[in-house]
Design a protein around this ligand. Sequence first.
Ligand SMILES: Cc1cc2nc3c(=O)[nH]c(=O)nc-3n(C[C@H](O)[C@H](O)[C@H](O)COP(=O)(O)O)c2cc1C
Length: 252
Amino acid sequence: MKILYFTSTGNNLYIAKQLGGELLSIPQLVKDNIYDIEDEAIGIVFPVFYANAPKIVREFIEKASFKTDYLFLIASYGSDGDQNAFRILKKTFKKKGLEVSYSNSVLMVDNYLPMFDMKEEKEIKDDSEIDKQIKTIKNDIESRKEYHLKKRSVSDIPFIEKVLESTMTKRFHIIVGDGCSDCKVCARICPKGNIDLSGAKPAIGDDCLFCLGCVHHCKENVFTINDEKNSQERYSNPNVKVSEIIRSNNVL
Ligand SMILES: Cc1cc2nc3c(=O)[nH]c(=O)nc-3n(C[C@H](O)[C@H](O)[C@H](O)COP(=O)(O)O)c2cc1C
C-alpha cells in the first residue's frame, strides 16, 4: 500500500503514519518528478483547504497516473468542506478512468489562523475522538471496505470552493515582522521552496499556498496574518516532530 500525503502542521502525517504502508510526501514526489504511482492499494491523505484539496494535491493528481485496485481518499479538516473536497477529487479521478473505493475524514484542529483561535481549537478537538476515527478508517482500509462518507454540509453549494478561495486569498495575507533568528525552519518547511532568506528578514515569494507551515512553526512569531483571530498561539500536531514535517516538505 502506498499513502501519498500532504501536511503543513502535521495532522495528515499523523493520520498517514497510523494507516501504515509506504508513505510518500506529495511535495517530494513533485520535487523528484515522480508521477507514476502503482500499488495494489493507493491512498491520498490531505487537509481540506477552502472546501477543496490544496492546490499542490490537486495539481499532482491531475498530472499523475495511478494504477491500483483500491483507491482511497482521507481528509483531515477543522470545520467543514470535506465532502466537497471528495466530490472534486472523485471527479478528477473519474476523468482518468478511476473510481475511488473509499472516502472518509477526520475532524482535527483547524489550523486556519485567519478564522480560528488555536488555543480554543486545541481545547475543543478531542484527541481520543481523533484516534477513534483514525482507527475506524485503518480497519476499513485493511479490509478494503467500499464506503463513502455521506453527510449534509453547509458547503454543499456549487463552486463554494472557488468563492471561498478567491475571497479568502484576497482578504488575508502573511506579514513578515522582525525578530528572525535565522533558524531557517520557515524556508525548509515551505512545500514550494518559496521563502528567500538572503535578506534581513524572510521574504515570501509569489508561489505561496497559504498552507501556513511557516507561520505555525516560527518560534519567534515573525509571521502574522493581517486581521487574524489570535496573533500569538500557533499549532503543530503534538504527535509529529517538526523535523518530520520538514523532511516531508523541504524542496530546497
Ligand atoms: C488555507 C487553508 C484553508 C483551510 N480550509 C479549510 C476548510 O475549508 N474547511 C475545513 O474544515 N478546514 C480547513 N482548513 C483547516 C485544515 O484542513 C486542517 O486544520 C487540517 O487538519 C490541517 O492539516 P495538516 O496539519 O496536515 O496541515 C484550512 C486550512 C488552511 C491552511
